[in-house]
Design a protein around this ligand. Structure first.
Ligand SMILES: Cc1ncc(COP(=O)(O)O)c(C=O)c1O
Length: 408
């Protein structure tokens, strides 16, 4: 197995670190860290407004960053890519702008699934609280896949938006979004509800083509894909972006301003990016995608993921005190493993592991509706990425077994 740890300075600085919290965020390769530092040292200036060289360098890098994202997710144009500070912010911006444009009205329904991250629930609940829309939840099956029968049953004439995660951050299950899109076409024809996808856990792990998914908008976050924290991507079809009235506006996002009124810019993505953008974060995302391109990312990642998932699942089978919250199938899932140890609090397990330099996460993983359905107030989650090895997994299981013996 290729040693990717050498690309990530954190492992040099913490030689015993076993980092298994990749669903929360990923470590950063030197290529990204150095790339951002180099930009700040040699090329930084504000964009859009300067005709001098530094501003032009910054502008080019900002556009290059959007172009690499465009290529990566199969969007039509870099002008469909909007940046801001995190996923949670992204959906609030989209949801509120949809409301402001009148594409959603009181008593209309937004369908989400019960496994959604709060980032894809709360923005809709805000619209429910403020304006009286309905938010309905689609169930999952025993294997944690989307319950397509329940989904079909809930497709009433009131449904105007379907907002689903591509991959659950808790169960690791991948939802078949193209199937969702075709069910919507069959049911509604051309009057389909908007299909919005939370790609926060899919984009960092496998190849995405938004055109093949037939979705209208997707959002994801850069820090889970080796970029700096604070860069978020919202993609939407150009036609939708042209239609939407943004909720925020100032700086470069406006057309004309008088004492009485203003007009929104007609330019994309400027219309949705008021003020000075996150330039160094944009560069960090550019560098993250360049790094991934340089290691033949998907080919490498897919093979590694299959191997390490099978290895981990096999090891979990040997511990009887665990309750596992994921599909037992190796297909259609990512390398996220959520579990509880009977009789021991999840925080005690994660603290015990932390004392041995093993980082996992304990809690509800911002998926409280799912946790409530399953009657769990806390769970442990370990999750892998590119740099993890069989040795990491062995260390995790060795210390987990020790924790179970000592804390029982
Ligand atoms: C599926 C999913 N959606 C949204 C988010 C929120 O991302 P951020 O914390 O960058 O806003 C996360 C983060 O864990 C996630 O896993």
């Amino acid at each position: 197995m290729t040693d990717f740890k050498k690309d990530f300075p954190i492992f040099e600085n913490h030689p015993n670190l076993v980092y298994l919290d990749n669903t929360a965020t990923t470590q950063k390769p030197a290529y990204v860290i150095d790339g951002v530092a180099e930009y700040l040292r040699t090329g930084y200036a504000n964009i859009h407004r300067g005709s001098y060289e530094l501003s032009e360098i910054s502008e080019k890098l900002y556009e290059d960053s959007k172009k690499i994202v465009t290529k990566h997710i199969g969007a039509e144009s870099w002008r469909e890519i909007i940046y801001t500070s995190n996923s949670t912010y992204a959906l609030n911006l989209l949801a509120q702008s949809i409301w402001r444009t009148g594409l959603l009205k009181a008593w209309d329904t937004v369908l989400v699934s019960v496994v959604e991250h709060h980032a894809n629930i709360v923005p809709w609940l805000i619209l429910k609280e403020d304006y009286g829309i309905n938010v309905e939840f689609v169930w999952v099956t025993e294997n944690f896949d989307l319950d397509y029968n329940d989904f079909r049953d809930k497709l009433t004439s009131k449904v105007k938006i379907v907002a689903l995660t591509h991959v659950s951050n808790t169960t690791g299950q991948i939802f078949d979004i193209s199937n969702v899109a075709s069910l919507l076409s069959v049911r509604y024809g051309k009057q389909k509800p908007l299909l919005i996808i939370d790609g926060s856990q899919s984009v960092p792990h496998f190849s995405i083509d938004v055109r093949k998914l037939w979705c209208d908008a997707m959002f994801f976050t850069g820090h889970k894909i080796f970029a700096d924290s604070g860069i978020w991507v919202l993609w939407a079809r150009e036609e939708l972006l042209q239609t939407l009235k943004p909720i925020f506006s100032w700086g470069g996002a406006i057309g004309e301003v008088s004492k009485e009124s203003f007009t929104h810019s007609t330019m994309l993505p400027d219309k949705f990016e008021p003020g000075t953008p996150n330039l160094n974060w944009a560069v960090s995302l550019l560098k993250a995608f360049e790094y991934l391109g340089s290691i033949w990312w998907y080919e490498v990642l897919e093979a590694r993921e299959k191997e390490l998932t099978a290895y981990t699942l096999e090891k979990f089978k040997n511990i009887s005190a665990l309750k596992l919250i994921w599909s037992t199938s190796i297909e259609n899932r990512l390398w996220v493993f959520t579990f509880v140890v009977e009789g021991i609090h999840s925080f005690d397990i994660s603290d015990y592991l932390a004392e041995h330099d093993i980082c996992i996460r304990a809690g509800q993983h911002c998926a409280e509706p799912l946790m409530r359905e399953l009657w769990y107030t806390h769970t442990c989650r370990m999750s892998l990425h590119l740099y993890n090895t069989k040795e990491d997994i062995d260390s995790f299981f060795e210390i987990l077994k020790q924790a179970i013996t000592e804390l029982s």
